[in-house]
Design a binder for this molecule. Structure first.
Ligand code: IK2
Length: 425
């Protein structure tokens, strides 16, 4: 008998929504509101920092740097986030630089989740959490954000999606090792309130559970909403790993610079995974991100701060897309943060020819049809749910509004034209 080729840990984790939908959007001419990246350039000071890094007289910027983070970057990250977390951070032991937030997440699960451990994931969730838990040998346990009924005539907000405290508490068992928190959340854009964070904190402390807090959209909060860092709540620093992304922070997703912040007792195990996998991240991009953070440190909270400006810009883009979708006949859920907006497309259900034999969720079929027939790309919400729940919300699709005004205008035109065709007016 021939030997099995595939390692068992890859069982059931081979499909990936990004591989499939990025390819589709590239195959057909589309206005791409699918994958979460800005199609506008990063600010000049960020681009200049990169150019300066590679043209610097210090030729060592072209060589390996410190495995766990370029010294200039870990130093400024420790200063910057130490202030925000109310915690003295040691650049060498409390910060680890990674290949984007994606590798940060991978290090967390590989380092701290074992066979038999349960990991609580809040649905809808950034899709990679589930396969990463499984590859580490753990068991994902899902708890849903439940949409509350809204007043007639009022648009739903991501704030209306809430955890049921008793339901959440029931998921914590002796086997629970970690809860994953993502605020602002991808895909809904929900920004968890202090009360919701306190509920999670109490349960983590009571059951001795760790928290992986994915905060890649930390600067992208709207309408004066506050981003709360769970590691800053009493009792949480010592049990939390905070994950960040320069891609989302400086509109440079292609640089793939990310980081984790946390106590040495946790980070030392992440360093073991890191040194035995990628070992080290590109030096020049780290140097540029360090310079960009230094500039933001000096401008913190001021009108010149990119973090302030980017949130203002994106709030306007969010509002534009909300109006376009409403005019086009979809019902948007207003996000309080992130790059994303989720919309109900139930009114369009009759558009698609019947596909009785398809075992694919309806939202996925709909987007494939929309890409091919209308030239507009989005991402199905079913991709952000576990298999048993995928069909419960397949009347929703996710749009990315971190796009040039010309892209948003092109999307508006498509929706308008589509509406005209539907209504015949
Ligand atoms: N965590 C979350 C919540 C993310 O959204 C991302 C980036 N994903 O964006 C693609 C999309 O949803 O369209 C990451 C982590 C990974 O971040 P990075 O690019 O720094 O690896």
């Amino acid at each position: 008998m021939s030997k099995p080729i595939q390692a068992q840990r890859l069982e059931g984790v081979d499909k990936n929504i990004w591989v499939e939908f990025v390819k589709l959007a590239a195959t057909y001419p589309t206005v791409n509101l699918g994958q979460g990246f800005p199609d506008f350039p990063p600010p000049d000071f960020v681009k200049e920092a990169f150019v300066k890094a590679v043209s610097a007289e210090n030729t060592m910027v072209h060589q390996y740097t410190r495995a766990f983070g370029h010294p200039a970057l870990v130093t400024i990250l420790a200063r910057f986030f130490g202030k925000l977390l109310g915690q003295e951070l040691d650049p060498l032991t409390n910060v680890l630089v990674t290949v984007g937030a994606y590798q940060a997440l991978f290090c967390c699960f590989q380092a701290l989740v074992d066979e038999g451990n349960e990991v609580i994931i809040i649905e809808p969730y950034f899709d990679c959490y589930e396969p990463m838990v499984k590859m580490a040998g753990g068991t994902p346990v899902f708890v849903q954000l439940r949409p509350k009924a809204t007043e007639a005539g009022k648009l739903m907000s991501s704030r209306d999606w809430q955890l049921e405290p008793a339901e959440l508490a029931s998921k914590f068992t002796e086997r629970t090792k970690v809860i994953v928190l993502n605020s602002p959340n991808n895909p809904l854009g929900k920004v968890f309130s202090r009360e919701e964070m306190e509920l999670i904190t109490d349960l983590c402390v009571k059951h001795d559970v760790l928290c992986f807090s994915d905060e890649v959209y930390e600067w992208l909060v709207y309408d004066g909403k506050e981003h709360i860092r769970i590691a800053s709540l009493p009792g949480m620093w010592d049990r939390t790993i905070t994950i960040g992304s320069a891609g989302k922070t400086f509109s440079t997703t292609g640089w793939k610079v990310g980081w984790t912040l946390g106590p040495d007792r946790l980070l030392k195990h992440l360093r073991t995974v890191h040194q035995n996998s990628v070992y080290h991240c590109p030096t020049a991009a780290q140097e540029a991100v360090a310079q960009a953070f230094q500039r933001e440190f000096d401008n913190y909270g001021k009108p010149d701060s990119y973090f302030v400006q980017l949130a203002e810009q994106l709030q306007q883009k969010r509002d534009w897309l909300v109006q376009s979708l409403l005019a086009g006949g979809m019902k948007p859920i207003i996000p309080e943060g992130s790059y994303f907006l989720t919309a109900d497309f139930s009114e369009f259900k009759s558009e698609l020819p019947d596909l009785p034999d398809s075992d694919e969720p309806y939202d996925s079929e709909f987007i494939k049809w929309m890409i091919k027939n209308k030239g507009l790309a989005a991402i199905p919400i079913s991709a952000f749910y576990s298999t048993p729940h995928k069909r419960n919300f397949d009347h929703l699709i996710r749009f990315c509004f971190a796009k040039e005004d010309t892209t948003l205008k092109a999307a508006e035109d498509i929706l308008q034209q589509w509406r005209l065709e539907k209504t015949g007016q």
